[in-house]
Design a protein around this ligand. Structure first.
Ligand code: NFS
Length: 648
């Protein structure tokens, strides 16, 4: 490669090519801005900078020199704990506010058939109605949906009792939470209380802060995020495996390219429909384009991929680069992970940047109010706006790279794939874990971070895990990274997976890396883990399963909330890059060690993907040993055909 400085930024050659072009044009991207932040503030990186009140900001010296306390007297462990807990609260708030928007959309679908939203998955509706204790007898789908939406919305503002989806967890796990008194009462309540406790002079015990940190995170994973996932499935369909493509090469030279970026499928689903309208396609043709190409960035991309097979242009760090291809007529954003740099870079091309959420506006940028009520009408207007921009295209530079993939592994789909048509179940998965063909399961999720080489940690970690017969389940930008590397095809089982895992994948025709969706869809992983416990043979609690979690290139507060709810659910969870806790040995010891005795799961941090894989493999082996399955005798692997024969 010509420019070694640039090639170090990503392992994705599409990214490096695009970066050469932006460098030629003298444009700054996230990578250049990251360089400009060096050297970073060591206090901030270690979680030691406190700006909770204005007697500060305070910085604590952990190495023995003064000052060792903030102006108010806060110690290092207190400052680190409060900062960490506030990250959990912010992350939980983001996922949960998304969940609330989905619940409101379900209510709208139930009440106004003209809204453009409707009920797509009746089975899921009935299943969720049962969990939420909604009577279904003699009721129409709309009547059930109305009650389900109202019950779901209650979960946000509830002051006492328990959020409903806690019941999805194995009983032993619920027992752990009851004993610790950390079952979330209401989603909003726990987030508000976390903010209160961490304000000046309230909770001064880092352990107590983290107990509520766990409660807040559980309100996300088993609350806001799970509501988002389950209700999205009702509205837009429960994903099942389908083919798609990924990377900047999915952008088309001939079509009008519309890129949706953000998180809530409430917007993107409508754009999917609008982009298929005949009159709009004809309009595109009249402007010289071949058609309309809708692609996604970040979690919106994951949402439209898992339900429609629509292409993904890239993960979080590729948002500026998509615009820099000169081929994007409009980038339509809603909420979360949208870089404030976008208007600056869009100005250098013909790309129209369009905001759609009253919660996320950008100065001097066109705003189309996507109130759920007129969503389809607005979506059509947006698509038209993009089409009208097509003639303004100048030079186009689209990297060729794109990769095939299979995505859409909701836990229902995993059930079906492994169990076959006649008895959908996790029994075959557990069987294969017991017999050792699959050593364990790892959830590898989360963001990308320009502090480390883009995609490298995700890809290296996952490569190592599947080679060691660990089935990988993915969401978010991590799934996009591994999709680009080619891990999400059934053929990759033969190429990359260990012998046992490869055999299982071949028998059922699945990839060794399962893409389960966006970041709120990490709740699908919680349910899958609960199913594994309920099926039996692998202990009585999630903490006994040979499983682990990882976010190798995390950066978002949302990732911290996810990490914490996995840990509080009993999962050993490793984060790459680093964690802002290094400033306090006491706090670090608490979350890296003491947590195991409290929650059965604990945090770890390891920036090196090889070492991270080793930690996960060791952990899984330790759990296998405890279960007495480390040297289990070989069992027959039932493929689908054999299972069907067993049925008769
Ligand atoms: Ni998750 Fe999805 Fe990506 Fe990170 Fe951002 S898009 S919600 S936060 S960067 S994985």
């Amino acid at each position: 490669m010509k420019n070694t400085k640039i090639t170090k930024k990503s392992i994705d050659s599409a990214v490096n090519q695009a970066l050469e072009k932006t460098a030629e044009k003298g444009l700054e991207t996230v990578w250049e801005r990251s360089e400009l932040q060096k050297p970073r503030c060591g206090f901030g990186e270690q979680g030691l900078c406190c700006h909770i009140c204005y007697m500060g900001p305070c910085r604590i010296n952990p190495k023995g020199k003064k000052p060792q306390q903030g102006v108010c007297g806060a110690t290092a462990e207190l400052i680190v704990a409060r900062n960490f807990a506030r990250m959990i609260a912010a992350g939980a708030a983001a996922h949960s506010d998304h969940g609330r928007a989905v619940a409101k959309t379900l209510l709208l679908a139930a009440e106004s058939p003209d809204s453009g939203y409707s009920i797509k998955d009746e089975n899921k509706l009935r299943k969720i109605a049962k969990i939420l204790e909604v009577e279904v007898k003699d009721r129409t789908n709309e009547e059930i949906a109305k009650k389900v939406a109202e019950k779901a919305l209650e979960n946000f503002g509830k002051q006492e009792g328990e959020i409903a989806f806690i019941k999805n967890a194995p009983e032993t796990r619920q027992g752990v939470w009851h004993e610790l008194n950390i079952v979330p009462r209401g989603v909003d309540r726990e987030i508000v209380e976390m903010m209160h406790r961490t304000s000046i002079g309230v909770d001064q015990d880092h352990r107590n802060i983290m107990l509520h940190g766990a409660r807040t995170a559980l309100a996300d994973g088993w609350g806001g995020s799970m509501i988002a996932t389950e209700l999205q499935d009702i509205l837009f369909g429960t994903p099942s495996p389908l083919r798609g493509q990924v990377n900047l090469g999915v952008l088309s030279e001939k079509d009008v390219n519309i890129v949706v970026h953000g998180h809530e499928p409430v917007l993107s689903e409508m754009l999917v429909h609008a982009a298929q309208e005949k009159d709009l396609i004809n309009l595109a043709k009249s402007k010289g384009a071949k058609g309309i190409n809708l692609a996604g960035i970040c979690c919106t991309a994951n949402e439209i991929l898992i339900r429609h097979g629509l292409p993904i242009a890239g993960n979080i760090l590729q948002q500026e680069l998509a615009i820099s291809t000169g081929a994007v007529e409009a980038m339509i954003v809603d909420v979360q992970c949208i870089m404030p740099s976008l208007p600056e870079i869009a100005k250098c091309y013909h790309t129209e940047l369009i905001t759609t959420s009253s919660k996320g506006k950008i100065e001097d940028t066109k705003y189309f109010e996507l109130s759920e009520k007129n969503a389809l009408k607005t979506a059509k207007k947006i698509v038209k706006e993009a089409i009208m921009n097509f003639p303004n295209r100048e030079k186009v530079n689209i990297p060729k790279e794109k990769m095939d993939l299979i995505a859409g592994f909701s836990h229902e789909a995993i059930n079906y794939m492994l169990g076959g048509t006649f008895r959908t179940s996790y029994v075959p998965l557990n069987d294969n874990v017991v017999n050792g063909r699959i050593k364990g399961v790892a959830g590898v999720v989360g963001c990308c971070n320009p502090k480390v080489i883009h995609d490298q940690c995700h890809v290296s970690l996952v490569e190592e895990l599947i080679a060691n017969n660990i089935l990988v389940v993915q969401t978010g930008c991590s799934a996009i990274a591994c999709a680009k590397a080619g891990f999400l095809t059934p053929e990759s089982a033969v190429k990359y997976a260990g012998k046992g895992l490869s055999e299982v994948c071949k028998a059922v025709g699945m990839p060794p890396v399962l893409h389960s969706g966006s970041c709120v869809d990490n709740s699908r992983i919680l349910i899958a883990l609960s199913e594994m416990v309920k099926v039996g043979g692998l202990g009585n609690d999630i903490s006994e399963l040979p499983v682990a979690g990882a976010a190798p290139e995390w950066m978002s507060e949302k990732a911290i909330s996810i990490g914490q709810y996995f840990v509080a659910s009993g999962v050993f969870t490793v984060f790459g890059v680093g964690l802002p806790v290094g400033g306090s040995e006491i706090f670090s010891k608490h979350i890296f060690k003491e947590f195991e005795n409290i929650f059965g799961g604990m945090w770890a941090t390891e920036p090196d993907p090889g070492k991270m894989a080793a930690l996960i493999i060791d952990h899984i082996n330790k759990k296998r040993e405890k279960l007495g399955i480390s040297k289990a005798k070989e069992r027959i692997l039932y493929d689908m055909q054999m299972r069907r024969e067993l049925e008769v």
